[in-house]
Design a protein around this ligand. Structure first.
Ligand code: G3I
Length: 355
């Protein structure tokens, strides 16, 4: 533990000094070319665990409206990442904004761009309690009607992207903080069986796709991570198609696991025969340079836990530059600054997961 602490402090101080220098140099026109060499993540077998040296694939959530334009956001992404998760472009409110069919235009353009650039696409997300279009939430459904609709939706979307999107967050955030099933429209109307049904329908639509359940606040021991273990175990015992669990890892200095705790939790999920990926990592911090050193130590903890677990095939942050984050730039949660300059967090990631 001590050597890595020394590395963190060295990197952190170097990064901090660098960050201070970088702050002075924080120039809107900063040349992204002077960033760390792109860590070359192992190429992932289609939808599977990484091949080769067993390093996880490095990914980030992206906003298509920013990525599609040639510029520093696109250049920075292409310089460092091999996988993307559409932050919003594949959610139900984007793909089914009205009851009359689907709008795949943006998602198709994003997937086409990704494949042209040899970037793997992780589909996000088929079933969630948020970003459900109003025409769905405002309608008074019978169980049969809503079940038929959800089956039709999952089947149509997964079939549409078959062969281009090789892994999916099928069910996102099914649990409450206490570990009960969240009372979403899906659970209220369809009952607890909606989780297994959604996975079965996605598998039937694309038997090659790797299927995930994705959740936040699993990274520390507690009722939620324990309940998720029971849910996943039950699904596996019933041979419901399921390949992995995504630990979103939206962390802060106040809510962060120790390395030992995170490794134990990840090993436990892996013991169910599942991939255990880091799917949405970000670390919101307060002002000041010292906060960036602490942030780097949290990124390093998660990256090291992923590197040490063979079943951790994907290390994805929820965005990559502080210029575009759901938390707001002031929280500085991501590995690159708002002007695309590497922070100590990026140095820690590259040190743990790089070549
Ligand atoms: O598309 C509309 C646009 O038409 C409208 O003009 C604009 C202003 O109201 O809103 C736009 O929708 C926004 C959407 O992002 C697309 O930009 C929603 O208001 C906004 O709430 C939504 O936020 C997203 C959030 O999920 C929704 O809950 C964030 O960008 C996205 O990063 C976040 O991502 C989630 C993951 O999917 C699941 N895990 C947690 C993570 C963070 O909440």
């Amino acid at each position: 533990m001590f050597p890595s602490l020394a590395i963190v402090l060295t990197l952190g101080v170097a990064g901090l000094l660098g960050a201070r220098a970088l702050t002075r140099d924080d120039d809107p026109g900063v040349n992204v070319e002077r960033h760390e060499p792109r860590p070359v993540p192992a190429v992932t077998k289609p939808g599977g665990a990484p091949s080769g040296a067993g390093r996880p694939v490095l990914g980030a959530a992206v906003e298509w409206a920013l990525l599609r334009e040639p510029g520093s956001y696109q250049r920075l992404f292409l310089q460092h990442y091999s996988s993307l998760t559409p932050e919003n472009a594949m959610k139900m409110d984007a793909l089914a904004p009205t009851p009359d069919g689907f709008d795949f235009r943006s998602a198709d353009a994003l997937v086409r761009w990704a494949l042209d650039h040899r970037i793997a696409v992780h589909g996000h997300t088929l079933v969630w309690h948020r970003q459900v279009p109003a025409w769905v939430t405002e309608r008074d459904w019978t169980r049969g009607e809503l079940r038929a609709y959800l089956k039709r939706y999952i089947t149509a979307v997964v079939r549409h992207f078959r062969g281009r999107v090789r892994s999916w967050d099928v069910v996102n955030e099914p649990l409450t903080a206490r570990g009960s099933l969240r009372r979403s429209i899906w659970e209220r109307v369809l009952g607890p069986g909606y989780v297994a049904d959604a996975l079965r329908w996605a598998h039937a639509a694309d038997p090659e796709a790797r299927l995930y359940v994705n959740e936040f606040d699993l990274e520390r021991f507690g009722p939620k991570s324990a309940a998720m273990y029971r849910l996943l175990r039950a699904l596996r015992r019933r041979q419901v198609p399921l390949d992995g669990i995504g630990l979103q890892a939206h962390l802060t200095p106040q809510w962060r696991p120790t390395g030992r705790e995170l490794r134990a939790i990840m090993r436990r999920y892996a013991g169910l025969g599942l991939q255990v990926d880091i799917s949405e990592l970000d670390v919101a911090v307060g002002p000041g340079d010292a906060a960036l050193v602490e942030q780097a130590s949290i990124y390093r903890t998660v990256a090291a836990a992923c590197r040490r677990l063979p079943q951790c095939g994907r290390f994805t942050t929820w965005g990559f530059t502080d210029a575009s984050t759901w938390l707001g730039s002031a929280q500085r949660p991501l590995p690159f600054s708002s002007t695309g300059v590497p922070k100590p967090a990026w140095l820690a990631i590259a040190d743990e997961l790089g070549p």
